[in-house]
Design a protein around this ligand. Structure first.
Ligand code: EPS
Length: 388
């Protein structure tokens, strides 16, 4: 059994939808917890006007009865409140009369899917591309990820994130403990563990805003409480770090992924990198975790740490040069409204994607049609590993 999901929906269409498979029957289903994750994704200093319009919540369409999962596909829907302003432009039916302001997009934004998407799909209105390329889609991923988190909760696995760097601040990504990350308050402006650095980050966002510019940054996601043995060294597709990297890279604007201290480790001696193994009352012990919880593509029981590196958002008020796809003349790229930065939101999305990859790995390893069957398999495996 796999835990898997798909999403559908355009940014200014009627709704986003996700269908999730592989949730074991009998799992208590907490809608409020999903809505809370959606709320978290909408926070963060530097978000644009759209977040004032949307207030994302899910409607459960299938797969849940009397508060428990049935084991069947779960369909969740998130309405786009903004759709009321776009009904004719985003209409599924052919229009008899063109809207007064059709808001055609003809000037592709450098860095966005606009131009290669337009060329590939032969779109003469680049809205056909940008509506689906928009990071709005990640609301549906966060809903699916919130369900994965609920499953992981039953096995003692918790996932959180923090912003390690916002644009150029600070120079080196912040190193934060699980306790520090867990203590970040839900309304912190930039999900940073250090209040002074966070104030500098806020000023950096203000600077970008004043210049009509945008910023990227680095988020770190940490999974706490993982069992040893998720993923496998036996084949490339089974390596958990490979699966995690793919999931993280699929998040909008993520351009690099790092596990543990992977980037810094590339410039160090082996003796400075590998986490030595010590004996402690008949158990194995690590005193460092530079590997980020994975060795040979297998979880080793330490915290799993993954960083996502985001490029700056590609919709700039200070528009970059582009070319009109009809006239072929140089003209500034399209701008309607945009976020200045979305690194804290990307962290929440990173949590969701990591939760989904780990939930899938747990479903593959422990199987079971019901939560209690999965639990028995899990407990028996964990006690086998303990006696190793
Ligand atoms: C986005 C552009 C903005 C963002 C949007 C992603 O939307 P709009 O064009 O409606 O102002 O706010 O993000 C969301 C709507 C969201 O929910 O995260 C883009 O072009 O990627």
């Amino acid at each position: 059994m796999q835990f898997r999901f798909t999403t559908a929906g355009e940014s200014h269409g009627p709704a986003l939808v996700t269908i999730i498979e592989g949730v074991p029957a009998g799992m208590p289903f907490d809608k409020a917890a999903i809505d809370h994750e959606l709320w978290r994704r909408q926070q963060g200093y530097g978000r644009g006007g759209r977040m004032k319009i949307e207030s994302d919540t899910v409607r459960i369409l299938s797969g849940v009865r009397h508060g428990k999962a049935l084991g069947s596909p779960i369909a969740l829907m998130i309405e786009n409140r903004d759709f009321v302003h776009w009904e004719d432009i985003m209409s599924a039916e052919e229009l008899e009369t063109q809207p007064k302001n059709p808001r055609l997009v003809k000037r592709p934004r450098p860095g966005h899917a606009d131009l290669p998407g337009g060329q590939k799909y032969q779109a003469r209105d680049l809205r056909d591309i940008l509506e689906r390329a928009s990071a709005r889609e990640t609301a549906a991923r966060v809903a699916a990820g919130a369900v994965a988190k609920q499953l992981l909760d039953h096995f003692g696995v918790t996932i959180r994130s923090h912003v390690a760097k916002l644009g150029a601040v600070p120079e080196n990504p912040i190193v934060a403990s699980w306790e520090q990350i867990s203590a970040i308050s839900a309304d912190a402006p930039l999900a940073c563990v250090d209040k002074e650095i966070e104030a500098e980050m806020v000023a950096h966002v203000d600077e970008a805003k004043a210049n009509g510019d945008t910023l990227g940054g680095i988020f770190e996601v940490v999974a706490h409480g993982l069992p040893v043995g998720l993923g496998s060294h036996t084949s490339w597709e089974e390596k958990l770090d490979g699966r995690i990297a793919r999931a993280m890279m699929s998040i909008h604007a993520v351009k690099a992924v790092e596990i543990g201290d992977g980037v810094a480790n590339a410039g160090r001696f082996g003796s400075e990198v590998h986490d030595e193994i010590f004996s402690s009352n008949g158990n194995f012990e690590r005193r460092t975790n530079r590997a980020g919880g994975l060795e040979g593509g297998i979880t080793n029981g330490e915290e799993l740490r993954v960083r996502g590196y985001l490029k700056p958002i590609s919709t700039l008020r200070k528009a970059l040069n582009s070319v009109d796809i009809d006239t072929k003349e140089d003209s500034p790229a399209a701008f309607e409204r945009s976020d200045i930065t979305a690194v804290p939101a990307a962290g929440v999305i990173g949590e969701a994607m990591l939760a989904i990859v780990i939930a899938n790995s747990m479903r593959e390893k422990f199987g079971g049609d019901s939560l209690s069957e999965m639990r028995r398999n899990f407990d028996s495996y964990v006690s086998t590993v303990r006696s190793y």
